[in-house]
Design a protein around this ligand. Structure first.
Ligand code: ADP
Length: 161
């Protein structure tokens, strides 16, 4: 069975992430979305909240599962018996960092392959930070995220004010 991990912060998951997940489901038998703690990014949602939201917006995929993880990505991949890591490439600006990460992961563990997928062009400008900024200023994010995410963003922002 070809099992792949799609790791990330997903704070929150966007239509760009979902585009990548959908592509991955056609290439692999099982896709595990690994939600990282990443305190450096000062996330708006807790890992548990992100896992719940992602589970909600991916339940129509029969071969997708989601969970939180911490520690080294390659260790996590080995624990799960995954053969590859998926990363999304939006633009040239993503390339340098992603290339470095992929090479470091390959140095640590030779057996794990990083696969880069490109989203539809309409999502290349999209990231979670932009979505949060627009939402915090009361802007409409309905084109960027599924309705569940939009509702959770509104709720979380209202709680914080
Ligand atoms: P990380 O903290 O790992 O960068 P993100 O949630 O920002 O977490 O992104 C997870 C992965 O999804 C990364 O590979 C990133 O390049 C990719 N990604 C983020 N936004 C998009 C998008 N709009 N289109 C395609 N890939 C994306």
């Amino acid at each position: 069975m070809r099992h792949v991990i799609y790791p990330g912060t997903f704070d929150p998951i966007t239509n760009g992430h979902l585009d990548i997940i959908e592509r991955a489901t056609t290439l692999f038998d099982l896709v595990t979305i690994g939600v990282t703690t990443n305190p450096a990014k000062n996330p708006l949602f807790s890992v548990a909240e992100r896992v719940t939201i992602i589970g909600d917006v991916t339940h129509h995929f029969s071969n997708v599962r989601v969970e939180g993880f911490s520690g080294l990505l390659v260790d996590y991949a080995q624990r799960l018996g995954a053969c590859a890591i998926i990363r999304g490439l939006r633009a040239i600006s993503d390339f340098e960092y992603e290339f470095q990460m992929a090479l470091v992961n390959r140095k640590i563990s030779d057996g794990i392959v990083t696969v880069f997928l490109m989203p539809h062009e309409k999502y290349t400008y999209l990231n979670s930070t932009i979505v949060k900024e627009v939402a915090m200023f009361g802007g409409d994010v309905s084109r960027f995220v599924p309705p569940t995410v939009e509702a959770q963003l509104k709720k979380k922002i209202a709680e914080r004010q």
